[in-house]
Structure formats: C-alpha cells, structure tokens
Ligand binder design. Structure first.
Ligand code: KG4
Length: 333
C-alpha cells in the first residue's frame, strides 16, 4: 500500500511516499529554519505562508522521486495535530483536497505518533510492545506502546519540553536558531561537571519530568556572569546543561521500561538527535540488557515519511477521516 503523507505542523514542509509503513519511496523536506533564524524562533504566520508556497512543488517532487504517477497512490495521510494551528491547517487542507481529487482514503496521524514511527522506517525488526521516549520541541513524553495504535502516556513534562529548554539555552548563549543542534556541537569537548544544574524530581509520578527550573538556572547563570563581567565557560555550560537534561530523561526511561516489563526502548523526536543523550541511552540500555532503537539523524526531525509510516498502521486499525477533518493545536496522544 503506497501512502502519500504530508507534514506541516511547525517549520518544515514535508511530503513523502511510504510503502506498507516501512519503506521510504520518497521523502522531501523543506526546512524554513533560515527564514525564522533572524527572529530567533518560529514566526507562525511566516511558517503558514511558507507552507502554502512550497507544498505543491514538494508534492510533485515526492511523486517524481518515488517514480510514481498520481494514480499509484492508495491513500493520503496528514499530520493533523498538535502544532502551530495556521501551519497545520495548510497540510490538512492540502491533504483533504489531494484525497478528494485522487478518490482515495484520508488518514489523520498524530504528529508524535509519527515521530515514534520513524523507527519503523529504519528498523524492520522493530515491533510493539516497547517503551518510547518521545522528545521534541513541544513534547517530552514516556509512552508505553502496547500495539501500533494502542499507547498510553506514563510520564510527561509538567512544564517545558526538553527541546524548548535546548532552544532557550541556545538563545541566552547567543547561538543561532534552531538551538538544539548548536548546543550539541558546543557541548562536545566541554566539561560536563563544570556547572551544577538541577535535575528535577516531580512529586506524584516518578516518570513525570520538569525542565523549567533547569531553564531558569541556565538563564540566571548567564545573566549573573554578564552583570559581573565574568567569563563563561560556554562549552562547559552546554555540556553541563546537556548532562542535566540527559539525567532527567535516561534513568527514567530505563526505570519505566523495567517497571512495565518492556525489553525494548525506543527514542523519537528532534532531541533524540542529541549526541550525549544518544550515547547515554546506549550505555544505559547495554547496562540493563534492553534493546534500543533510535532513528538515524535524518529521521529525528520533522519529516513526512514518519507520518506515512504511522498512517499505514492507523489505516490497518480502521482509522479514516472525512472531508470534515480539522487541524488541532493540541491533542492527546
Ligand atoms: O521533532 P522536532 O524536529 O520538531 C517538533 O516536532 O517539535 O524537534 C525540534 C527540537 C528543537 O527544539 C531542536 O532544538 C531540537 O529538537 N534538536 C536538538 C538537536 N537537534 C534538534 N536538541 C538537542 N540536540 C540536538 N542535536
């Protein structure tokens, strides 16, 4: 089954064709990052307008790259939540029109479910059940994936997402947007014990997380140093900060997998590209005898292939959307 998928929830316009949920036939991504960089973050209206400008061209490219005609497409999938509402609406409306024009089913996909499914594209052997750490710009979740479309959140951030915290840290350090990658690069070779940052423990649920205290600690440290005219060890700061994020995420992931009796751990989302977090997950998985899957860097960030992958399984479980499909800024997993 060949599914053409659309992704436009933030600042990547993406169109892909995926076969049977596992094989990428094409995967076109246009990142708007450079357009937003001058503002230090995503400007929602610019994102929406840019999606409108690029989605048709990317669709033609995705078809051509897959070597397919329009009539070869069996279904259309779209990431319909969560995200910047104006941006999501562009993909949803385009997908609805495409499904109507081709006379094929329309499959709505939750963006975070898509991130998790990126792993199906890279690892043919991966099947549920597994425990997933989903870490992106807007979400930080521990999810028990019992089956392809049956999942339960068992822990989540109570405030900021891990990616948001990376972006804010980058901003106070004067690094370019998007900040996560820049902090990652700066941290390499830095002393991760240079600064002591808090690792929050949340009352009530041991698998919930909090990053707002860490974010404030970084901001205060940088501002204090500026006011006193003291030099900052920037690489040490980036490394110490990343250690604190990793110490919030990795032990909880392992504990959650053990508590639920899962022998497989999966990471997903833009922050799963972080070199320190990848290495810490690897070491923790080896130490506890867990199988670990992390998407290749090319599939960690937003793309449409991951939406096409999850769409296949949503379709198998009977999920379809009609012409009334809407976009949503927030939505439960
Ligand atoms: O999954 P994603 O592309 O978009 C959302 O669905 O949110 O994630 C974007 C987030 C941003 O916060 C970005 O700074 C972060 O992922 N990110 C990273 C790295 N690469 C991207 N964070 C840490 N280290 C990285 N190497």
């Amino acid at each position: 089954m060949k599914i053409m998928a659309f992704e436009s929830t933030c600042d990547e316009t993406a169109v892909a064709v995926v076969e049977d949920g596992r094989k990428i036939l094409s995967n076109e991504v246009f990142s708007q990052a450079k357009l937003h960089a001058v503002y230090g973050g995503v400007v929602p209206e610019i994102a929406s307008r840019c999606h409108v400008e690029s989605i048709s061209l990317l669709t033609e490219r995705a078809l051509n790259a897959a070597g397919l005609e329009r009539g070869d497409i069996d279904a259309i999938a779209v990431s319909y939540a969560p995200g910047l509402i104006g941006a999501v609406l562009v993909g949803v409306n385009f997908a609805k029109s495409a499904a109507a024009a081709l006379g094929v089913p329309l499959i709505p996909v939750h963006h975070i479910r898509g991130h998790m499914a990126a792993n199906y594209l890279a690892y043919p052997e991966l099947e549920p059940p597994y425990l997933c750490l989903a870490i992106s710009g807007g979400n930080t979740l521990l999810v028990d994936v019992r089956a392809y479309t049956d999942m339960q959140i068992i822990g989540a951030t109570r405030d900021d997402a891990a990616g948001e915290c990376f972006d804010k840290t980058a901003r106070v350090l004067g690094l370019p947007y998007p900040g996560g990658k820049a902090v990652d690069e700066l941290s390499r070779g830095g002393d991760d014990q240079r600064y002591a940052f808090p690792v929050a423990h949340v009352d009530g649920n041991p698998f919930d997380m909090s990053f707002s205290g860490l974010k404030t600690a970084v901001i205060n440290l940088v501002h204090n140093a500026e006011q006193k005219g003291e030099a900052l060890d920037r690489a040490g700061l980036a490394a110490s900060f990343t250690r604190a994020v990793s110490e919030s995420l990795v032990p909880r992931t392992v504990q959650a997998a053990r508590k639920l009796g899962r022998d497989t751990v999966v990471a997903a989302g833009g922050v799963a590209a972080n070199s320190r977090i990848r290495a810490d997950l690897q070491a923790a998985a080896e130490a506890h005898g867990l199988r670990l899957f992390i998407p290749p860097l090319s599939l960690c960030g937003d793309n449409a292939a991951m939406i096409g992958a999850q769409a296949y399984y949503e379709y198998q479980s009977g999920i379809r959307a009609g012409s009334e499909l809407n976009a949503y800024a927030t939505m439960d997993l």
